[in-house]
Design a protein around this ligand. Structure first.
Ligand SMILES: [Zn+2]
Length: 746
């Protein structure tokens, strides 16, 4: 979550978020990657005495090679710790830059891998606070430190002596003698320095750094504004009449939320997706649905002190200027250059291929819903706040599938056991709960991961499942420490975070099918970190291209629906009986239901994101731009973007997913194609396919080109056909499809 040194530079990214169809993915800033000298830091770089007592600066102690000191965190320690750690990293970098020995891979590229150990540790804990424990005490520190961290990063990429050494290693004939991982790391380091402005003249470098620091401030403000609107606005349900249609579990969680808001005896729908979506699905009160919908889609767009529109205008302007400075026509071109897509045109081509069939499907879905409304003599035309409500009715009528019935078989704890079990079947992992490590909140639980056969320690998995004030919404994965062994064996520490709503104390937490799918998704990211087996931390685990990182996670979603998982873990919360086959069949039959909606709400966000970042340096009024773009696209009026611009955390809380929301679709093309590899084998537990998956995808991090890694796994490049089949859309008549078509015609 916290970027550090190399990651900032590297613009290659770590994981985060969640699937396109389930919950709200959030921007996950890259995790601590980095760099060199082993702890303790060299004496000359030791922290100044005034902060010597600062627990954040100490090497992590305790079991498993050390764990984050969550029991010793004091918010007032963050600023001095970050400052001391940045100073230490800069001293280390200077030492590398001024090394009298001629530049080599070892004394330059590898040395940089260890140059910011302390900052990585401090930055990791700081990032955890930002995402999970934000408070009025913490936020001013973040506001002050984010621009400083951006400036720090620029000081490294703009260090001319350092860059000339990197360039020398990159151009040296000796490079051919390095291992392929070392060669790729050298290429990545060089490329990312160049992409970050290492070759610019002094005046341009100075301007670039100004821009980066201004952007860092704007990103922080943007995030804090969204968090404020999610916290400060909520819908109070006053009486039984306001609860019409709501299932008991939703009433319970709304009552708990009311208690937390000091509204005991009433019910509260909080302004987050996990609270609003179920309300929109079940509430019979159309007037209240409209209220909840308006509250949610207007986050960051209320014309008050938390309004994000002017911030977006500034961000887009600064990004466009930065891209031009760096020699790119637009921010999108700059961002996509080192993604799998390589350029915005290829990403747009994919989005446009899927857009038309998705919108066509929406028309059918709306017609179906309108029929239901007419039959009920509701005397309405379907509006956006009706979509989920009537979709649920169509689902029930057509597939005899009631999500509340399904939910009774989906207990949070059992599903957690299920993902652990799946990892055992696929990668031979074993999860054992531990209580000997500190956590930052009592809700957080920790497991040790070992090899099921040898007992070898693999890493730690932290799980923070529940929503609370100060925690951002959505679900994500995080690496607290990356696996590496270039210097010595360092095992990984990963976490999965979610925003499930707590039910009544002592009762199992029941979750929806979509939420269960999200759990598998985020766990896929965690497995990507845990299975990592590389030498250098910058290329470890999920540190891969943004439009590739969602592939392992989206792939894991497929195991939820396997009979093995459902039989063992989808058991009724009262009777303990496994989910009946008839219900599983109905889930399967309904699996492509509402794909028009899911794809369209996602794609409209992805298209607006890309188009905003292709628009160049013009001044953009986000509200107007969004409206006009959607009109040109032919956006169905019954659907709103999954993330409207003023709340689009992926895109405006950092550079991470900017011009990059398309990544979920890009990755899903690969995902769907990869899933069919299992289906063509002996099924989802085929050990040979799982072995190839681990060897070529999950364990290699960014040590190989992703397209090459995929070819090694699949024997060919991915095709779009599998994605269209998965979503129930007609296969495109592209070069990938015709074989089948020709056969039929002949
Ligand atoms: Zn994800």
């Amino acid at each position: 979550m916290r970027r550090t040194l190399l990651v900032l530079l590297m613009a290659v990214v770590a994981a985060g978020c969640s699937s396109t169809r389930t919950d709200t993915p959030q921007t996950e800033t890259p995790e601590a990657q980095a760099a060199m000298p082993a702890e303790p830091p060299p004496a000359e770089a030791a922290p100044a005495p005034v902060v010597a007592e600062n627990a954040l600066l100490q090497p992590w102690s305790g079991p498993y090679g050390g764990v984050p000191p969550f029991d010793k965190v004091r918010v007032e320690d963050f600023k001095p710790a970050l400052e001391a750690a940045m100073a230490e990293a800069l001293a280390n970098i200077d030492r590398i830059a001024n090394d009298p020995a001629p530049p080599t891979f070892e004394n330059t590229i590898a040395a940089m891998e260890g140059a910011s150990r302390t900052l990585d540790r401090v930055g990791t804990v700081y990032g955890i606070w930002s995402s999970n424990m934000s408070s009025s005490e913490f936020q001013p520190i973040e506001t002050e430190m984010e621009p400083k961290l951006a400036g720090f990063s620029d000081q490294i990429t703009q260090n001319e002596k350092l860059f000339s050494r990197i360039e020398a290693v990159y151009n040296s004939p000796a490079k051919a003698q390095l291992s392929s991982e070392q060669q790729r790391l050298t290429w990545l380091t060089y490329t990312n320095f160049v992409r970050s402005g290492a070759k610019l003249d002094a005046a341009k470098k100075a301007r670039l750094s100004e821009i980066n620091q201004q952007l860092a401030g704007l990103y922080t403000k943007f995030s804090q504004n969204v968090l404020a609107d999610e916290t400060d606005h909520f819908l109070v349900l006053e009486s039984e009449a306001d609860l019409a249609g709501l299932p008991q579990s939703l009433r319970d969680s709304a009552a708990n939320a009311a208690n937390a808001k000091g509204q005991s005896g009433k019910w509260v729908i909080t302004n987050t997706r996990s609270s609003v979506d179920p309300f929109l699905t079940y509430s019979d009160r159309r007037d209240l649905r409209e209220k909840a919908w308006l509250m949610f889609v207007n986050r960051g767009d209320n014309g008050d002190e938390h309004d994000n529109n002017a911030i977006i205008t500034n961000i887009l302007k600064l990004r466009a200027e930065r891209a031009n400075l760096l020699g790119y026509p637009t921010h999108a071109h700059w961002r996509l250059e080192n993604a799998m897509a390589k350029n915005p045109e290829r990403a747009m081509e994919l989005m446009e291929a899927v857009w038309k069939p998705a919108v066509a499907r929406v028309k059918e879905e709306v017609a179906d819903m309108q029929k239901v409304a007419n039959r009920e003599k509701a005397n309405i035309t379907i509006e956006p706040w009706d979509y989920r409500y009537y979709a649920e009715k169509v689902r029930k009528a057509r597939y005899d599938l009631d999500q509340n019935e399904v939910k009774q078989y989906l207990q949070l704890d059992k599903l957690r056991d299920a993902i652990h079990w799946v990892s055992g079947e696929l990668f031979n992992f074993k999860f054992t709960p531990v209580s000997n490590v500190p956590v930052y909140h009592p809700d957080v639980l920790v497991w040790e991961v070992t090899d099921r056969t040898t007992g070898k320690h693999i890493g730690l998995w932290y799980f923070d499942p529940f929503a609370r004030p100060g925690k951002r919404s959505g679900a994500w994965m995080n690496a607290y420490r990356n696996q590496e062994h270039f210097d010595r064996e360092i095992t990984t520490i990963v976490s999965n975070n979610a925003n499930f709503v707590k039910g009544n104390p002592g009762e199992p937490v029941l979750i929806s099918w979509d939420d269960a799918s999200t759990m598998f998704h985020e766990f896929g990211h965690a497995l990507h970190g845990l299975a990592s087996n590389v030498n250098y931390p910058s290329v470890s685990g999920t540190s891969v291209a943004r439009d590739y990182v969602e592939f392992p996670s989206q792939l894991l979603e497929h195991w939820l629906a396997t009979p093995e998982v459902l039989q063992k873990f989808a058991v009724h919360y009262k009777t303990g009986q496994p989910i009946p086959q008839s219900l599983v069949d109905r889930i399967e039959k309904a699996s492509k239901f509402n794909e028009g909606f899911a794809t369209t709400e996602y794609l409209s966000s992805a298209l607006v994101d890309m188009k905003m970042h292709l628009a160049g340096t013009q001044t953009i009024d986000p509200d107007k731009f969004e409206r006009e773009t959607l009109e040109e696209l032919g956006m169905p009026k019954e659907i709103v973007m999954r993330h409207r611009s003023p709340q689009f955390m992926h895109v405006f809380s950092g550079d991470g997913y900017s011009a990059g929301y398309y990544s979920y679709l890009w990755s899903d093309v690969i995902t769907a194609d990869a899933a069919e590899a299992f289906e063509e084998g002996s099924g989802y537990y085929d050990p040979d396919v799982a072995g190839r998956l681990r060897a070529n995808i999950f364990s290699v991090g960014n040590t190989v080109d992703p397209a090459e890694g995929y070819r090694m796994f699949r024997g060919r490049d991915p095709k779009i056909d599998a994605l269209m089949r998965k979503r129930g859309f007609p296969a495109p008549m592209t070069s990938a499809a015709p074989a089948r078509e020709r056969m039929r015609k002949q």
